[in-house]
Design a protein around this ligand. Structure first.
Ligand SMILES: [Fe+2]
Length: 383
């Protein structure tokens, strides 16, 4: 189905190129570059061309070019989320007709279940939700005469070699992560907000430097016990990192939406990312304190000194009231950040995911396509 969408997209782009002779010089230059590298490059250029505002305005019934740009970026993000969640599900979730692929890794699954006995179910359900998000957004875009997003040409990264994983090309890399765990303290602070430029301490300082796998890379990663547990713990904090990103992204982008139905889409999907985040926030706190004997990665006891207290205590999983809009207002429990085009916006999300290591091994063209989609989404303004 995705392949057909891609073919349709290519044909549509060819038609646009004939119809719209006033395309910008930068677009033309990119198209030429894309054609010059041939094959994958051509499709990459097509993806970018689909985001051209003039086209969207002319073709997309009732939607502004900004609305289309926002939906296209969200479709891309949901495709990427689906790709990474599928990798988790193949090894540590439930493989069934709703989320097919893979056959599970018993030792990795058991380590995840130390965080919660229901982890495989939650991983499965988060994966299914992401599949439904990109499928819906792409179908909606198509229904409005706008181009759906297809990233299949970039499925070039290797799969885990661990027993249980499918051997197929991936969009994201879960085996060299540098996980920013400052979302943990950000949601516990009563006085700080990233929209004011505030910064936050890491819950797991070791994870924020170096590169660590969040899935077993091969069966050799299944032992010793504290090593596979460290991999599961890394996954536990990575789940929270990914879903807090979606939690900020939707309200940030919603402020640039013009069409009421598109706003309804963002306001209806966004909070499901928050539901995921809330779940993962709770589970990450159950990651056992340990030191990985193979690489020295430390998961501290977050309830003991020098951690502990309001910034780290593991059962404080609901968003602490904090400063919002102006420091003169009373503190309020909110999603943070949400500033339009801010650190939780589209470009901010791509930057954060790049720093996370998710795109290690990806082509420059992939990053160019993703950044172009992000910049267009952040540029959208309510009209
Ligand atoms: Fe999603």
């Amino acid at each position: 189905m995705e392949h057909n969408a891609q073919q349709a997209q290519k044909e549509d782009i060819m038609a646009q190129n004939t119809q719209h002779s006033k395309a910008s010089s930068s677009r033309r230059s990119f198209l030429r570059k894309g054609v010059a590298v041939a094959g994958a490059g051509t499709i990459g250029a097509a993806l970018l061309a689909g985001g051209v505002p003039a086209f969207a305005k002319e073709r997309s019934d009732g939607l502004t070019s900004g609305d289309v740009a926002i939906l296209r970026f969200l479709a891309a993000i949901e495709i990427l989320e689906t790709d990474l969640w599928r990798q988790y599900n193949e090894l540590g979730g439930i493989q069934d007709s709703e989320v097919p692929g893979g056959s599970g890794s018993a030792k990795y699954t058991a380590a995840l279940q130390v965080l919660d006995g229901d982890m495989p179910q939650y991983i499965h359900d988060n994966t299914e939700d992401e599949i439904s998000h990109f499928t819906f957004i792409n179908a909606y875009l198509a229904s409005k005469g706008a181009n759906p997003v297809n990233l299949d040409q970039f499925r070039t990264l290797p799969s885990s070699k661990a027993t249980g994983a499918q051997q197929i090309g991936r969009l994201t890399n879960l085996m060299q992560l540098t996980v920013d765990t400052s979302w943990w303290t950000r949601y516990r602070s009563r006085t700080k907000n990233p929209d004011f430029g505030d910064t936050f301490a890491q819950a797991i300082p070791g994870l924020s430097t170096g590169q660590f796998p969040a899935i077993p890379r091969h069966d050799g990663d299944l032992a010793p016990k504290d090593h596979i547990q460290a991999i599961a713990n890394t996954a536990g904090f990575h789940f929270g990192f990914i879903e807090q990103g979606g939690t900020s992204l939707y309200p940030s982008l919603a402020q640039g939406v013009t069409n009421l139905e598109v706003l309804r889409i963002l306001l209806s999907i966004g909070p499901t990312e928050t539901a995921h985040f809330q779940t993962w926030h709770d589970k990450a706190g159950n990651a056992p304190a340990l030191t990985d004997p193979t690489n020295g990665l430390v998961f501290p006891d977050l309830n003991a000194a020098p951690f502990g207290g309001e910034d780290f205590q593991t059962n404080l999983i609901m968003p602490e009231p904090t400063v919002f809009l102006s420091r003169t207002f009373p503190a309020v429990s909110i999603i943070r950040p949400t500033q339009i085009a801010g650190s939780g916006g589209a470009v901010g999300t791509v930057k954060a995911w790049t720093a996370d290591g998710l795109f290690i091994g990806q082509s420059r063209e992939f990053l160019a396509v993703l950044n172009q989609l992000a910049e267009a989404a952040d540029a959208a303004r309510r009209g």
